[in-house]
Ligand binder design. Structure first.
Ligand code: ZN
Length: 194
């Protein structure tokens, strides 16, 4: 791959976009997935969604146990049949150091496609179901900051401010263009009579 993948951080606007369905199940997709799995492992994450590496497509990878054999890939996922509720602590690689309690459905069914474009279906309860919901949130442009109540927002305001400052530093606003020159009033040339 031309450029190594990098995690992008809140408040990068790319994290806010609703992602588009994956259409091509090709070598490019497989390369992206293997790079995402590698990055997720390096960053000690349990899940990573494509928008977090600046790709606005409906794809996420996860590994709920940390065991090498437990890598999972979900392309164009949909969640169904939520049952029950559970509060649990979540973090996000795009919001480093922030951890908040989020209420999620306890049990869910997911349908998705694998890397060959074959559909599959799974059901999970507890932690894997929580990861699915967190990652599908990413595909819809929803982040942990949107799941924060006023208390969590207050508790994390310093960390959020630091992230905003870091983003502004890395993405300086270009200087404003000079004000437009007011158009000169056109005076209709008079026809001179001689
Ligand atoms: Zn996340």
């Amino acid at each position: 791959m031309a450029e190594p993948l990098k995690i992008i951080f809140w408040p990068d606007p790319r994290l806010r976009r609703a992602s588009q369905p994956v259409k091509g199940f090709d070598i490019k997709l497989r390369e992206l997935v293997s790079a995402m799995l590698e990055l997720m492992r390096a960053e000690k994450g349990v899940g990573l969604a494509a928008p977090q590496v600046g790709r606005n497509i409906r794809l996420f990878v996860m590994n709920a146990t940390g065991e090498p054999g437990d890598d999972r890939v979900y392309v164009n996922p949909s969640l169904f049949d939520p049952e029950g509720e559970e509060t649990g602590e979540e973090g996000c690689l795009s919001l480093p150091e922030i951890r908040i309690d989020v209420v999620r459905s306890k049990t869910l069914r997911i349908t998705a496609f694998d890397l060959e474009g074959k559909p599959f279906e799974q059901t999970a309860t507890g932690f894997p179901a929580r990861v699915w919901q967190h990652e599908v949130d990413h595909l819809n442009g929803t982040l942990l900051v949107d799941r924060m109540g006023p208390v969590a927002r207050m508790a994390n305001r310093k960390l959020l401010k630091n992230l905003e400052e870091r983003y502004e530093k890395e993405h300086p606003t270009p200087p404003a263009p000079p004000p437009p020159v007011p158009p000169k009033r056109r005076v209709a040339p008079r026809k001179s009579r001689k």
